[in-house]
Design a protein. Structure first.
Length: 227
């Protein structure tokens, strides 16, 4: 394990609850009602994917300019919520600190736009990350591999040597498609199990040695399957 790649929303900070508020406000603005099923489908998604889901759900014409304007409104609304302060997910800050003390390179890899990510970093702290990759800085956001591949390039590491920490189906799929091993800490949605991933209930259960052990186990198990 030469580097750790962090998702942001729902993994580092408990911001998915704020996205819930923003999504319900968006549906009220558009004259609809957000269902739990649709909300779950949007968790961890890119802005474009979220808009496609919302417009299809509400039966609205998928006009690109209208969808872009709606995404801008949603991110502006969420930014105001972020500015009120973000709460850490359990154990996240302690693990960030421990990794920083040991000199483990870290990247932040999020589907959130750069402008909103910068607002979140006012609470999280930029000093932890050698690289930051946002959803509007890659050709395709999660679940495509682009964000994680970009992060590994910026860090100068092979994806195979990186452990990604994720909470969503989209994020986990993205990290796996890039070739990373994945530690899954489910937050608002269930994430299926798989050969490249390990599930834990909380980051509070872990220290750096535990992360290294998880990475080594996943690496060895995958080597055995492909041998």
């Amino acid at each position: 394990m030469r580097a750790v790649l962090w998702d942001m929303d729902g993994t580092l900070v408990d911001s998915e609850k704020l996205w819930d508020v923003a999504m319900h406000a968006l549906y009220e603005r558009l004259g609809g009602t957000l269902t739990p099923k649709v909300r779950s489908a949007t968790v961890g998604g890119s802005a474009k994917d979220v808009m496609r889901i919302v417009y299809a759900d509400l039966g609205l014409p998928p006009d690109p300019s209208e969808m872009a304007a709606t995404a801008d409104w949603l991110h502006g609304y969420t930014a105001d919520l972020f500015d009120q302060g973000l709460s850490w997910c359990e154990g996240a800050w302690e693990l960030l600190e421990a990794l920083a003390i040991e000199g483990v390179p870290m990247a932040l890899v999020t589907n959130t736009r750069r402008s909103l990510t910068e607002r979140a970093l006012n609470s999280i702290g930029r000093r932890y990350f050698s690289a930051i990759v946002c959803g509007d800085e890659v050709p395709c956001g999660k679940p495509a591999p682009d964000p994680y591949l970009r992060a590994t390039v910026l860090l100068g590491e092979s994806p195979d040597c990186c452990l990604a920490i994720e909470d969503s189906v989209n994020g986990t799929a993205s990290a796996e498609a890039a070739g990373c091993r994945v530690l899954v800490v489910p937050n608002d949605v269930d994430v299926p199990r798989g050969p490249r991933r390990r599930h834990v209930g909380s980051l509070a259960e872990l220290d750096v040695a535990a992360l290294r052990s998880i990475y080594a186990e996943l690496h060895d198990e995958l080597e055995e399957r492909t041998a």
